[in-house]
Design a protein around this ligand. Structure first.
Ligand SMILES: [Zn+2]
Length: 178
């Protein structure tokens, strides 16, 4: 299996649930046309791969569990990485390295997931929580701590979104250039 096949395998359940973006679905359909093993896999989960058909079977559940497991491994890595960024390179340490690291984090996250919600979660939450945890040590009021944490997290999110935007444009150009 090459890299495309792993991606195709990950995408199949989403495809079957009609959750892919059009361009991703087209890519997957192209891949299925040219790749027998992935085509077989898609036949395992349901008969012909057609957009918009809902199916439910034991195979589907099994495959979904497998894919969820794979995705969650990546998610754990991303979340760990984002917490690391939040603790090490955020403004909390009076370091401006976060401008670059959060742009990179946003870029990587969007590149893999193509979901802005995941970028927002990964960029916002760890900084927010870490900042909140920090302010427990300082004697500030709860509302002050929450406002402060939100503000900090938003700044970091902004750079992550800039990174995502770059990833979005890159993916767009890549597809158009095909
Ligand atoms: Zn394949």
């Amino acid at each position: 299996m090459n890299k495309d096949c792993y991606i195709a395998e990950d995408l199949l359940p989403l495809y079957n649930e009609d959750l892919l973006q059009d361009e991703t679905a087209v890519w997957l359909e192209d891949h299925l046309k040219s790749c027998k093993s992935c085509r077989d896999l898609s036949h395992l989960s349901k008969e012909p791969v057609e957009k918009g058909t809902v199916y439910s079977s034991v195979d589907h559940d099994k495959m979904f569990a497998k894919i969820n497991l794979k995705l969650s491994v990546y998610q754990i890595i991303f979340v760990a990485l984002s917490f690391f960024f939040a603790m090490k390179t955020s403004l909390l340490n009076e370091s401006f390295g976060f401008i670059l690291s959060y742009a990179v984090l946003g870029f990587a996250t969007y590149f893999f997931y193509q979901r802005l919600m995941i970028v927002i979660t990964i960029a916002f939450l760890p900084t927010f929580l870490w900042s909140l945890a920090q302010s427990v040590n300082e004697s500030v009021s709860v509302s002050e701590a929450i406002w402060g944490a939100s503000f900090l997290a938003l700044i970091h999110l902004l750079f992550a979104i800039i990174g995502s935007l770059v990833a979005f444009l890159l993916l767009k150009f890549k597809k158009e250039g095909k």
